[in-house]
Every structure is written in structure tokens, then in C-alpha cells.
Design a protein around this ligand. Structure first.
Ligand code: KIV
Ligand code: ZN
Length: 517
């Protein structure tokens, strides 16, 4: 394992595991690889790539990520069961730096109701699971699920058992987002003080955000001696999400005077990571979200603008550049060529492969022919749309709609399905209904539409529309996004994008309750 100074805080990113467990967020293999690559580039110490036993798709994701990631540690989650641990070990075989992360619940409620195990049997399971993982891999993390609602004496015994069995990292999650900063910090201080050989392991936080305290709790853990923080990009995750990586990292960087710790994160990559995760999951970032929200560095009130003109320090505690937002210099229009477009993408924090670049450039030219002014938001919307649909099995080829006061409204739609062109002409109660009915007819699916949301990317009647669609099928939900200057095309692209995600979900075997950690 890499040695670091005492003040170094390891960043453990679980966007691809806990983040993917958020209702609606599912990612295909290419998308996961792309995110993993970016996490490595930005200096994430440990990437939790998935839960190998949960499905073949999860196994493959861990395995493929293990093949390409070289500098970050790649980790798979596993319950305290031999088959889980072996499967995690198998998936991690190609990894340069593998880690098995095994967990079991330690709170009285979880042990009695969920596990139906006596405390001594739980301790035995800790011992055997960590021991088994250590026989496969030198780097083993053990987590006490629901640690913050566990009895402290029992938690001390469980942590001691895990360290004796060879765990190198001890994670004490606030699984239900229940703790407070003072309480969480005190819990770590007690454990670190009371458990023999506590100094042989790195302690870790893992905080959920049910009370909006995930980041504050994580930082309290750091102040109490923890040197690993588990978090996700944009704070996505189960229910209210996990601690947001960008907030933890920027808090530590900006307030080094109050919290003298450092991370290895290249903070200038934060916006790129935020945009990529938002585009892939279909989870838009709220405007006032700390660090990465559209308004995080915007100043509108006269007093603030006046102060900013005199010195940016009057109202900015960190620079936009430090999170990867560069002051826009290039104005784009229909005469802008490839080079200018590539430069603009770099400015906006994108790095596209050759196909995605060509497709985005073609769409930019089409847009520039029809729209007077091209804003950065236009480019972000169309590039995100390309990123999202690049590896989709189903794509929109063309759409024609007849609509107006005289019904019925009719959609004539052509899709490409695994490379095969299929079409349908369908009527509906309005153009949206007709379009979605056409998609359902071609694909022979009937998912339930839970959300249909349209927003204009910029001002003006020629603005692009960005549509978000949420679909539900057999209790599984997915979000899809699409952008286009024609609102109905954007709607069709969003629906088709969501359907692609449903197909990914279908491929996963039903994981059962115990598999959602
Ligand atoms: O929230 C939780 O307890 C978890 C563990 C599996 C680490 O995600
Ligand atoms: Zn969690």
C-alpha cells in the first residue's frame, strides 16, 4: 500500500456502487468505464467499482475496471459470505491494486430483524469473512453496517475482531444518515482509543445524507482521526445520497487553516466529473448545489457584483478555476471550426473520444445554422446528450409529428434497434403521447411514465429543450435525458435513453434486499 503523511485523507469514491444504487441511476459498462477512468485521472485513491456478486453486469464492470485502472485501488463490495468474497476476488484478479470490501450489520436492530443472527455469530462472521478476504487479497476493508446505531461495546469488539483477522481499513458507516458531527466524531475517538491495535488500520467514514449532514459528519470523522472518506460525485446515492466528494475535497482545500489535512484530488477536474456523472445518470444538479451547481459562482445582486468587480475575494471563498470552471473566452457561432469547437470543449471540461467529438461537432454545426447565439449551456446540453446516447442499443433515427388543434395527433418514428431500422406510425392524445406510444409499439414495452419534465437550456424561442423522463418497470426506475432544438425530438431521445437504461436494469438479476447495502 502507498504510504502517505499522517495528514493525508484518502478519497474512496463509491459513485459506481452506492451511487448506482440510487433509484433511477443505472449505468452501462461503457459509462462505468468512462467514469472510472476519470476518477483515476482526478486522483481518487480507491474506486469502488461495484458489488461483484450482485449480477453478471456488476461482475463484468468490476472486472473491466480492474483491467484498465492502474494507479487507483479498485474495490468490490461483498457480504460476509464465502461466495460473495470469492466472487469479488475473482472479479478483481486483473487489478494492479485490488481491495475486497466486506461488511455485516452490527446494530441490534439489523442483527435481530435483518440478519436474524446473535451478536456472537456476527463476530464469528466478521472473523471468517475478513480472514477469507485476506487469503485472497492483502488490502481488505471491513464495514460495520449501521455502525452509528450500534452499541459501542459491541462495535469495539467487532472492530477488534476485524483488525485481528487482517482488515487494513475499518469503515464505520452512518448507513441511515442519523448521526451528528459531534456524535460521529466521538464514536471514532472512542473506538480508536479503546480498540487494541487500532493503529494497524486506517479508519473510514461513510455517511448518508438523510439529515443533510453527510459532509459535516465526514469532516468530523477526519478531525477525530479518520483518514479515508467514502463519497460520491454530486452526492448521489441511496435515498438522500452520500457525502458529496466535491464538497468534502473543497472544504478540506479551502479551510486548510481550520482542518490541516490534504487529499490527492486534482480539484480542477471536479466540474468534468460532475457533468459526466449527471449526464450519465440523468440526475440533474440543482442550481444552488455547493461547488458544482450552476449558481455556485454566479453573482447577481448589485452589491455583490460591485464587490466582485473590486476584488473577487469579497464574495468568493474559492476560485471557479480551482474546480475546473474557466472564464469563458471563446464565443461560438456558425463560423467556428473544429479547432475552436475542440478548444471550447476543453474550456468546458470535456474530453471526448473521436466518434463523440465528430457527432457533437456535426450537431453543433446544425444548431449554429438555426440558432443566432450559441451559449456555453447549448454546447453542454448537446455534448451531454451525445455522451448519454453514445453506447445506446436503441437510438432515434427520425421523427415527424402531425399536431395542432385538429386531432388525432400522429407520430411517425424511426428507431435503430441493435443496428436494425424499425418504424411505426401511431396516433395519440397529443404529440408527446403519440411519440411515446410509437416508441412503446416498436419496442413492445409498456413502462410506466413517472416524470416528464422540459426545460429550456437558454432564453429565446429558438432555445434547445432539455427533457427528463423517468420510467418505471417492475419496481425499477430509470432516468433518461435528451436535448434538441425540437422539443419533441428531445422528448423522444429522453424516452429512448431511459429505455436503454431499463434494458441494462433488466440484464441484472434481481439482487434481493440483502444486496442493497
Ligand atoms: O451505507 C452503508 O452502510 C454501506 C456499506 C455497505 C458500506 O453502503
Ligand atoms: Zn452506503
Amino acid at each position: 500500500m502507498t504510504s502517505h503523511s499522517d495528514s493525508y485523507v484518502r478519497i474512496f469514491d463509491t459513485t459506481l456502487r452506492d451511487g448506482e444504487q440510487s433509484p433511477g441511476a443505472s449505468m452501462n459498462l461503457e459509462e462505468k468505464l468512462r467514469i472510472a477512468q476519470l476518477l483515476e485521472e482526478m486522483g481518487v485513491d480507491i474506486i469502488e467499482a461495484g458489488f461483484a456478486i450482485a449480477s453478471n453486469g456488476d461482475f463484468q464492470a468490476v472486472n473491466e475496471i480492474a483491467k484498465i485502472v492502474k494507479t487507483s485501488t479498485v474495490c468490490s463490495l461483498a457480504r460476509a459470505a464465502a461466495k460473495d468474497i470469492d466472487r469479488a476476488g475473482e472479479a478483481l484478479k486483473p487489478a494492479a491494486r485490488p481491495r475486497i470490501h466486506t461488511f455485516i450489520a452490527t446494530s441490534p436492530l439489523h442483527m435481530r430483524v435483518k440478519l436474524q443472527m446473535e451478536p456472537d455469530a456476527v463476530l464469528e462472521a466478521v472473523h471468517s469473512s475478513v480472514g477469507r478476504a485476506r487469503n485472497i487479497c492483502e488490502d481488505v476493508e471491513w464495514s460495520a453496517e449501521d455502525a452509528t446505531r450500534s452499541e459501542i461495546d459491541f462495535l469495539c469488539r467487532a472492530v477488534e475482531t476485524a483488525i485481528r483477522a487482517g482488515a487494513t481499513t475499518i469503515n464505520l458507516p452512518d448507513t441511515v444518515g442519523y448521526t451528528t458531527p459531534a456524535e460521529y466524531g466521538a464514536m471514532f475517538r472512542t473506538i480508536i482509543e479503546r480498540v487494541p491495535d487500532a493503529d494497524k488500520a486506517i479508519f473510514s467514514t461513510h455517511c448518508h445524507n438523510d439529515l443533510g449532514l453527510a459532509v459535516a459528519n465526514s469532516l468530523a470523522g477526519v478531525e477525530a482521526g479518520v483518514r479515508q472518506v467514502e463519497c460520491t460525485v454530486n452526492g448521489i446515492g441511496e435515498r438522500a445520497g452520500n457525502a458529496a466528494m466535491e464538497e468534502v475535497v473543497m472544504a478540506l482545500r479551502t479551510r486548510r487553516d481550520a482542518m490541516p489535512y490534504e487529499t490527492g484530488i486534482a480539484t480542477e477536474e471536479i466540474m468534468r466529473a460532475s457533468r459526466l456523472v449527471s449526464a450519465i445518470t440523468g440526475f440533474t444538479v440543482q442550481n444552488n448545489k455547493a461547488i458544482v451547481g450552476a449558481n455556485a459562482f454566479a453573482h447577481e445582486s448589485g452589491i455583490h457584483q460591485d464587490g466582485m468587480l473590486k476584488s473577487s475575494e469579497t464574495y468568493e471563498i474559492m476560485t471557479p478555476e480551482s474546480v475546473g470552471l474557466s472564464k469563458s473566452s471563446l464565443v461560438m457561432g456558425k463560423h467556428s471550426g473544429r479547432h475552436a469547437f475542440a478548444e471550447k470543449l476543453r474550456e468546458l471540461g470535456y474530453e471526448l473520444g473521436p466518434n463523440a467529438f465528430e457527432d457533437s461537432f456535426r450537431r453543433f454545426k446544425e444548431l449554429a445554422d438555426n440558432k443566432k447565439q450559441i451559449f456555453d449551456a447549448d454546447i453542454v446540453a448537446l455534448v451531454d446528450d451525445e455522451v448519454v446516447s453514445e453506447h445506446n442499443r436503441i437510438r432515434v433515427v427520425s421523427l415527424k409529428i402531425a399536431c395542432g388543434t385538429e386531432g388525432p395527433q400522429e407520430a411517425n418514428l424511426v428507431l435503430s434497434v441493435d443496428g436494425q431500422v424499425k418504424g411505426a406510425e401511431v396516433i395519440g392524445n397529443g404529440p408527446v403521447d403519440a411519440t411515446f406510444n410509437a416508441i412503446k409499439k416498436i419496442l413492445d414495452m409498456t413502462p410506466h411514465l413517472q416524470l416528464f419534465q422540459v426545460h429550456a437550456v437558454t432564453q429565446g424561442t429558438d432555445a434547445q429543450a432539455e427533457v427528463t423522463v423517468r420510467l418505471e418497470e417492475d419496481g425499477k426506475t430509470v432516468n433518461g435525458q435528451g436535448a434538441h432544438e425540437d422539443t419533441m425530438v428531445a422528448a423522444a431521445r429522453a424516452y429512448v435513453n431511459a429505455v436503454n437504461k431499463l434494458l441494462v436494469k433488466r440484464e441484472k438479476t434481481a439482487p434481493g434486499d440483502a444486496l442493497s447495502a
